[in-house]
Ligand binder design. Structure first.
Ligand code: GDP
Ligand code: MG
Length: 292
């Protein structure tokens, strides 16, 4: 048999485990995972190569009805993932109902591209309940393979990999076989900081923030990084910084450790907070942040 390759795009509602699943399939922590919905903002590629195959996964932001221009831009990256797929993995879980976002789901199911429906988080349910859920999906998507998994417990994920390879067309590799992603280190560093912000603050704050790497200098003994945290309102700046800088310090220490692990090197990290008024609705700023 020849070499197989293709683009496998991971779609689904927010918080079903798309990023967890992609990281697991690729074997690297490429996408930020948090318990909060809408953590993933950009489409991010994760490439898995074997001797006779190359799978180019794309993790996408969850499907939602846009409120801000930012979210509209996030949805365009979901749209593009519908257009260039050789295979779509539609991720759902045992918590959400089959009818959530039905209109979007119908569009995806009507798309001619081959699909696999993955029912994630089966660790949270019983065999009996799971059978009912799978039956509902079979009714909703006749003929589409349905695979129950637990990304958390790595249950059935090897099976998913085999199924994906099975579905891919024959073709040459698209990327060098040792390449893991289409993004640069800087992107992942800013995502790690954003992930820490999601862990540290409540409510609106994580959703109102964008992180930009201002400088990234590699020195022999360490990497010097300075990053700006942009907020949408003046009032948020104080919350981010905290009393005598305590909150920002917490973000900085946590992020630095994770970045050191990611880069395999000592890191000196400086964080600044700036206000970019209502940036989520400002096309100029969205462009600067890489959304448009
Ligand atoms: P995404 O928004 O679809 O990318 O979802 P994430 O990958 O960010 O995961 C959302 C939440 O679900 C996180 O708290 C994950 O730890 C959790 N999660 C992912 N997979 C599983 C699973 O198989 N079982 C359970 N119980 N939780 C999971
Ligand atoms: Mg995600």
């Amino acid at each position: 048999m020849g070499h197989k390759s293709g683009f496998v795009n991971i779609l689904g509602n927010p918080n079903v485990g798309k990023s967890t699943l992609m990281n697991l399939l690729v074997g690297e922590r490429l996408s930020v995972i948090t318990p909060k919905a809408q953590t993933t903002r950009h489409r991010t590629m994760g490439i898995l190569s074997g001797d006779d195959y190359q799978i180019v996964y794309s993790d996408t932001p969850g499907i939602l009805n846009p409120k801000y221009k930012l979210q509209a831009a996030m949805m365009r990256s979901v749209e593009s993932a519908l257009e260039d797929a050789d295979l779509i993995i539609y991720v759902t879980d045992v918590v959400e109902t089959v009818s959530k976002n039905e209109a979007q789901l119908t569009r995806i199911l009507n798309n001619e591209v081959p699909k696999i429906i993955v029912v994630n988080k089966i660790d949270l349910t019983t065999q009996e309940e799971l059978e009912k859920i799978v039956a509902k999906w079979e009714e909703m998507a006749p003929g589409v393979p349905i695979l129950p998994v637990s990304a958390l417990n790595r249950f059935n994920t090897d099976m998913l990999l085999r199924e994906v390879i099975e579905c891919l067309p024959e073709g040459p590799p698209y990327f060098p076989k040792d390449q893991l992603t289409d993004r640069y280190e800087r992107f992942f560093v800013s995502e790690i900081i954003r992930g820490k912000i999601f862990e540290t603050y409540q409510k609106e704050i994580p959703y109102s923030v964008e992180v930009e790497i201002e400088s990234f200098k590699e020195e022999p003994a360490l990497t010097r990084i300075s990053a700006v945290i942009y907020t949408a309102r003046d009032s948020q700046k104080g919350i981010i910084i905290g009393h005598k800088g305590s909150m920002l310090k917490r973000v900085g220490t946590g992020a630095r450790k994770e970045i050191e692990e990611f880069l395999g090197k000592k890191v000196f990290l400086e964080l600044y907070v700036k206000v970019e008024h209502e940036w989520r609705d400002n096309p100029r700023v969205l462009k600067k942040f890489g959304y448009l």
